[in-house]
Design a protein around this ligand. Structure first.
Ligand code: DP6
Length: 338
């Protein structure tokens, strides 16, 4: 098949880590120090169109209708180079990417962005990659992006080589009608990007303990997902998120001597942690997790969503936040080819 000229559009959702990826053994290839588990989020998506344009002198990249800022542009070009190398072509590409959530929502878009880009660009280059190969390609753009390739609940298998660090489905989206409420407390990019957080993790005195706790946590979360056991899942997920933040808060990122640790939380984050514990004491079955930022993701089952939204409605005006509701979603999909 002639690669050039085929215009392909792909869509992917961000994913929420139930067991976090924090620390790498290979920074260039994004090989993680440990496996992680996630669920794709239906409430947000990135849609990306790629066409390789014969004769074009440079790659062109727009994000939400604007020319990509230089850091993002270079990251996309590097990813296109990986695709060109796989396909044995040198043609430059035109990339247009749209997020259906505002950049200021504070939702990390790199996972959905690199998942959609990997699928659209590989197909536009004439490649037909397997799900595993696609996840490996997406991983090189951003580690967590590999988890947005398969459908539903996904494990990013740590592996120790390029070929063995990949994402695979644990359960399809319809396995469990969980609701994930993302409370957006702070928009905009975080002060310390996650790539720096990963690098700094090893400087924490708790890093070894963090790694040691992972195998039993992964096992508990896999089993709780299989049994749809929210109580077990929620406590394991919540404790693991706190452990990641304990590592971040006690690590020293290079070149930021003024930081005694990486502190991602905002006052509203702490208020929500306390509120969730309080709601649970009163019988509401809700659990939380926090990525490398101030926003809080709440987990509950469908019958409790209404009550939880009621509680949030009373609390959020004081915190100045808003929220987005998701269900487990499919992975990356082709939605157009011409
Ligand atoms: C806290 O995938 O953003 O969200 O591989 O450097 O692009 P890079 O990092 P990234 O790290 C995600 C960190 C996290 C936890 C998680 O999603 O597992």
């Amino acid at each position: 098949m002639r690669a050039e000229g085929l215009k392909v559009t792909a869509k992917a959702h961000p994913n929420l880590a139930l067991v976090k990826y924090w620390g790498k053994v290979d920074e260039e290839l994004n090989i993680p120090a440990s496996s992680s588990i996630s669920v794709n989020l239906s409430g947000a998506a990135t849609t990306t169109t790629v066409v390789f344009v014969p004769g074009a002198e440079a790659d062109s990249v727009t994000i939400d209708g604007q020319a990509a800022p230089s850091k993002a542009y270079l990251r996309v070009v590097k990813h296109l180079d990986r695709v060109r190398q796989l396909a044995g072509i040198t043609t430059r590409a035109k990339v247009e990417s749209w997020n259906d959530f505002p950049a200021s929502a504070g939702i990390a878009s790199s996972a959905s962005a690199f998942a959609a880009l990997s699928l659209a660009a590989s197909r536009a280059a004439g490649l037909s990659l397997t799900e595993r190969e696609l996840s490996i390609l997406a991983r090189k753009g951003s580690g967590s992006a590999c988890r947005s390739i398969p459908d539903g609940f996904v494990e990013f298998v740590a592996g120790s080589t390029d070929e063995t660090a990949y994402a695979r489905q644990l359960f399809p989206p319809e396995h469990w009608d969980l609701r994930i409420i993302t409370v957006i407390l702070e928009g905009g990019p975080k002060e310390v990007p996650s790539s720096e957080g990963h690098r700094a993790a090893q400087t924490s005195p708790f890093y070894a303990a963090w790694l040691a706790a992972l195998p039993p946590t992964l096992e508990t979360v896999r089993r709780a997902l299989a049994e749809r056991d929210l109580g077990t899942l929620g406590m394991a997920v919540e404790r693991q998120a706190m452990a990641m933040h304990a590592v971040a808060m006690t690590s020293s990122p290079a070149g930021r001597e003024w930081l005694s640790g990486i502190y991602y939380w905002a006052p509203g984050t702490v208020a929500l942690i306390r509120a969730v514990q309080d709601w649970r004491r009163q019988g509401l079955r809700v659990y939380l997790t926090i990525d490398a930022g101030a926003n809080v993701h709440l987990l509950c089952e469908a019958p409790d969503q209404g009550e939880l939204e009621g509680e949030l409605g009373r609390l959020l005006p004081a915190l100045g936040g808003r929220y987005l509701v998701s269900r487990p979603a499919v992975g990356a999909r082709i939605i157009g080819e011409e």
